[in-house]
Design a protein. Sequence first.
Length: 334
Amino acid sequence: MAFSKVPAAYQESPYKTDIFERDYKTDIIEGRATGARAGQRLVMYAKTDGRWGVCRQSGQPFTNIENDGRWKASVHLGLQYAALLVEPTYNPPEQTESLPIVGNGVVALAVVNGEGPAPVLPSPKILNFSGYEWTTSAGPIFRAGSRNFFDPANVWTDERGALHLRISGRRGEWTAAEVKLTRSLGYGTYRFQVRDVSHLEPSALLTLITWDGVGTESTRRELDVELGRWGQLENTNVNYVVQPYYVPANIVAFRTPAGVCTHSFRWEPGQVMFSTVAGSGNTGGRVINQHVFASGVPSPEGKSVRISLYVFHQGQIPLKNENEVIIDKFEYLP
């Protein structure tokens, strides 16, 4: 496949937070597909804010190919654009951090950069924590419906091996922190020993999740421990979630006291048990809460752990100061 007309690169300020997908500007992209068979179509993607999103045509995710192989589509502006040649039965993900590979209904794909200068974003870095390799996120990315700018400089390990994540900067130019395990671990117990987070401002949110990077905010299949008050002073400060969050049976909210806590989940086929224990979690500490979900629990294929500290920009109480959290240890037990 070849592109004959490519839109400009997306140029929005990386610190702009009041952005929604419906606000993205659009343009026309054109090209030619050679060797396409009858019934095959294209799916167009644009990469913006750390994710590839389907560019729909008249409400449909597919772009038709003319008899001579030419095609033309509307796309929202992105840093890169992708055209996937797919079989008639292919069901494309609405959003994904990584493009589908050839196979399973994808016949071919082509990627092109947007025309003109693109924003200069920091490069991710690799670090070791608790015996595992992690990579940092970089650039503007949506988390929990809020657009944050993730800066690898906000993530580091200290001389004792503890992981530090920081929200730095100032109002209007906050930068956040996120690390992602470089491999999937599968079913088992995931345990996070977290130092006191009672100092976090109401709009600072720490999340401990496992997710494969596919799906919209309302359709993801992931497991979450969310530590924060979602911008409200009197909110509870811990959520256990089996996404999607909008199903009432998929979320348990409670308060945890100040001090070191160990948050964990035991993930098995068809069920997951979340637990929060006071202290390190290895000395028989007091159980603060525990809950078993047995419905809608995802399978682990491709899902990896992420630890994120970011600003929930939709809260009632704006962030005022820099915030930092420390994760002393991560453990995985098959």
